[in-house]
Write a protein that binds this ligand. Sequence first.
Ligand code: ADP
Length: 674
Amino acid sequence: MNEASKSTPLIELSGVGRQYGQTGKAGIAALSGISLTIGAGEFVCITGPSGSGKSTLLSILGCLDRPTSGSYRFVGREVSRLKPDALAWLRREAFGFVFQSYNLLDSVTTLGNVELPGVYGGLSRAHRQRRAKELLAEVGLAERARHRPAELSGGEQQRASIARALMNGGRVILADEPTGALDQHNGKRILDHLEALAQRGQTVVVVSHSPDVAKRTDRQIELRDGRVLKDVTRRVAAEPVAVYSTVAAGRKGKRKSNAGLIGGLSLGFTTLRRGFFRQGRLRAFLSLGSVALAVWWVVTLGAVLEGIAQEGMRIVNQMDANHIVLMPTTLANNDLAPPAVPLSLQDAENIEQSIPNVRGAAPRLTREMTVQSDSRSMQAFVKAYVPGMSMEESESDSPGLEAGRPITQLDNERLESVALIGPGVHSRLFSSLEDPLGQYLTIDGHPFLVKGIVSADRLNVLGASEEFAARIAAAEENRVYIPFNTGVALLFGTDRIRFLDIWVHDAERIGDTAQAIGDLLIRRHGQVGFMMSHRAGEAAEVAKGRKVVALFVLAIGAIAMLAGGLGVMAVMLMSVTGRTREIGLRMAMGARKKDVLTQFLLESAAVVTAGGVVGLAASVICTAILATLGVPMAHTGWVAIVALASAVSTGLLFGILPARRAASVDPAQAIAAG
Ligand code: ADP
């Protein structure tokens, strides 16, 4: 604030009126035509009977309230029409309030209360604490800094509130009946303090109807029915001194709002923890609980439903959902139908390479044949396969070896008569003492050298049902693998592929992939002589089911969040109503609307975040228990993240209304109502 010339009075009211009631209609005139000046360093008492307008005048002087008519100049500057934030600035920088009922926040320590105006003044924590301690020492309360106001006597509380009024400088101390609630001894002590401040040059305006107070001040202004009845100056004011100012105290940056915000946050959270959670346990429990319940329900349900969906997908996959069997065939028993396409290895390679969703394609030449060793004979499934082609794509095509070496591409190219045998073949054709490797066996009379033994542990990979698994395992046990070309040349008599096994990456798109394969074959062969079988339906059903489940979870989540949000809003509105006085007080200490808004929004967000975390924890426990009971569970990280994020945003969203209501509190009324 610019220091005006010495002749400019500190406070100058001319024709100030304050009308209560609706505009336009005649209301109650609490003040009318008040004209007076107060110079820097004056010690003034405003007296008058109850209802004469003393408190109203004090509120106007302290910029807690605005005149409805007339002009109020502070150091030469018109303030009656200042914007709310500018008034907040003035309250913070120029005024210090002392109330009859002390108005200390019960939720923070005495030190915290004294610090409060410094928080809104943007002072650093260290700076604030240092100054608050000095001020408490000045009023004789150094030992009581860590106590809560409720643990202090009335006189001590009032001394703490004087310290608070001085926190940002308190160029003008405005005290409303400061001794009204105190016994004579303590009342005198408070007056001593105020007098000392006046003597060192601070401006002190006291409202009191007590003659004892009036006697001690330099000047007495008596009000009657909202007008000045008497204005008597007995002593000349002390020389004004330079007072402490947060502006001069080297607050960081031009906009102190950030420092104020952070300070406000820490203080806000302290009051949240102490005030909201401690004093309003039921309230906190209700709003936190409603959100916790919503998050718990959504995340648990999401995990269960996703678990079931994944289980379904797994079963479908076990049913070979990503498998297409392609068969060249005539499609009807008449001459007009296209003949079977001559499907070759090239087709298989082509399909594998040019259709993106295809993981691999393997021709199937398999037949039950007689396999013999020197002394024994059995029926075995002989499978001719192309080594290196789609080996990894199908368990049955990629025999892992227990012993020996694999069939190579060279074996295939050279039409080598080599074979890998399954464990069943091994045990039935060779004695346990014999090593089959390097021995010969015959397949349909053709000699083959045993090159390797397929390991048994490869055989239980497909296990849809136990029966199915057993069948597959038995088939695998008795399988003999030979190179594709050798099989064609010696055993199968044709390279016309009878079946082509095709595996896809994404079972959900298997229908489209089959279509693409069909198109490719028609392009290559110009006819439709083939059939394909796959289980597109099941996979698509499960995929659809999963989407429905996801939507269902989201919808339930949204409803639960809405309910939780409404709960939070109701509770926060209650909280605002219950804390109007605290809000007014914070505003008197210099909090802007924005500070109050932020504080309440953060409180809502904090409550719902806490609720969200509790709900999440409960859900983790719950899913763990359900999992041990055998319920299929899937950890749905995304549901948890979405639930938590929407809880926080719900808190912020539903916190807006209560926060706005808090920010629109009229400080003068809020304090008077207290
Ligand atoms: P004092 O502090 O001298 O007791 P006040 O300043 O509190 O007097 O009140 C002055 C007059 O204004 C009284 O008649 C009171 O009823 C009226 N008044 C004060 N505040 C309000 C209000 N918020 N709404 C309506 N009338 C009010």
